[in-house]
Design a protein around this ligand. Structure first.
Ligand code: SF4
Length: 86
C-alpha cells in the first residue's frame, strides 16, 4: 500500500494491508520495488542487500514484463497448481 506525498514519490504505508499481489512491483517502471513472497508475516528488508542480489524488480523481470523484455507467459505452469486444487 502506498500513500501520496505532495511533490515527492509515494511512500509505503499500511504494509500490513498488503495482499502480496505483486502489482506494484510489476508496474514500477524502474524496478525499484520488491514484494516479499512471505504473505503470512511482515518482513523487513534491506534495500542495499536486495539490490546486491538482484531482487529489486525481479518478479517483473522474471515474467518478462517491461520494455525490451520477452514475456514468459507461455511458460507459466500455474495452471498445474490450480488443477491440483480442484
Ligand atoms: S503487492 Fe499488491 S497489495 Fe501489496 S502493496 Fe503491492 S500492489 Fe499493494
Amino acid at each position: 500500500m502506498f500513500e501520496r506525498v505532495p511533490d515527492a514519490p509515494p511512500t509505503i504505508a499500511r504494509q500490513s494491508d498488503c495482499q502480496t499481489c505483486y502489482m506494484c512491483e510489476l508496474y514500477c517502471p524502474v524496478d525499484a520495488l520488491y514484494v516479499a513472497p512471505e504473505s503470512d508475516m511482515q518482513t523487513s528488508v534491506n534495500e542495499a542487500e536486495l539490490a546486491e542480489v538482484g531482487l529489486l524488480g525481479s518478479y517483473r523481470e522474471n515474467i518478462g514484463w517491461g520494455h525490451k523484455r520477452a514475456s514468459t507467459a507461455k511458460a507459466d505452469q500455474t495452471f498445474q497448481i490450480l488443477k491440483q486444487m480442484k
